[in-house]
Ligand binder design. Sequence first.
Ligand SMILES: NC(=O)c1ccc[n+]([C@@H]2O[C@H](COP(=O)([O-])OP(=O)(O)OC[C@H]3O[C@@H](n4cnc5c(N)ncnc54)[C@H](OP(=O)(O)O)[C@@H]3O)[C@@H](O)[C@H]2O)c1
Length: 360
Amino acid sequence: MSRLRVAVVGATGLAGQQFLTALADHPRFDVAVLAASSRSAGKRYEDAIRAASGASQWFCTEPLAPEFAQKTVELADDLDASSVDLVFTALESDVARTLEARYAEHVPVLSTASAYRYEQDVPVLIPGVNPHQLPLLRVQQQKRGWKGFIAPNPNCTTVGLAMSLAPLYERFGVESVIMTSMQGVSGAGRSPGVIALDIIDNVVPYIAAEEDKVEAETTKILGRLVDERLEPAPFRVSATCTRVPVLESHTESVTVGLGRAVSLDEVRAAWDEWGREFVSLGHATSPRRLITYLDDPYRPQPRLDRLAEDGMTTSIGRLRADSVLEHGIKYVLVSHNTKMGAAKGVVLMAEELVRLGYIG
Ligand SMILES: NC(=O)c1ccc[n+]([C@@H]2O[C@H](COP(=O)([O-])OP(=O)(O)OC[C@H]3O[C@@H](n4cnc5c(N)ncnc54)[C@H](OP(=O)(O)O)[C@@H]3O)[C@@H](O)[C@H]2O)c1
């Protein structure tokens, strides 16, 4: 099977670097174009990610693949999307707003940005969680007259939360959700990023616009597709998002009011059995489990658990009954923000869209 030609736009940023890591030696995708801003355009990739001091700003723990290091970065504005089969974007929202629509006229665009997440004809996709919303991509193409489409993933904080709620919502119903996040600094990207002097020995109790995103996206992802429109799931989410001195991964303390009385064993079974069909497809970047439950009461922890299944599983622990919400349970989760929460999760989504005939 020949590989599809892909472009990575925003390739020099944190999420862009995770795209390159997920796409190195990929069996189905061949990275034909790397693109970024005028700051990087025309430079070899390894030079584009060098700070003024000369230090490389390669962030991933995996080494930069030599074929990408030597590639010349193109200007995202000039990208001829019709020269590739698929575009992955890792851009700030304002830039994404213009460029993604331009590319989607020609080819599918899979994005980590929030620019289109809240539009009626745009599903917010998590692999294995909301395949029932995929037909909305065809509606979007028809409505906008595009050959391609825009398919964004959620905010990185939403990913672990929606993953943990999906089996609960499907089996028991969900009435209400209260979530407090403790988010890693890589979630802020390089620009503007988080200053070390502000975050070391500290917790920052506010992340601009994050709570609204988590609240709106969670119910959209778990919503139903009715007459070519998405009806959000009918429960409320209350989020408090904080930044903590952790490099990668987001930890979330979650309290859920379920739709009926349920034993903790039933909750465990719902998580254990979730996503088996999806992972059995054996996609190149798929974890073996979408959710991993840990019995150790001191887990999950960012340092110990973020790289489980190479950052592609949501690790959950500390399941207890909650006496404040009706039919309440509470738990803690850890989800990798730049792997499943961003680029690698988007690559997994692309693998599934190829299988289903939406791409290629
Ligand atoms: N970091 C995470 O954990 C995470 C998780 C989920 C989603 N996201 C989302 O992913 C997107 C990128 O985030 P990030 O953390 O990777 O940000 P970042 O590290 O600041 O990188 C931004 C990228 O956008 C490029 N860019 C900036 N202005 C541009 C322009 N005018 N034209 C073309 N390219 C331009 C930059 O290129 P230059 O280097 O040339 O300036 C760089 O490649 C955001 O929408 C973010 O919300 C991030």
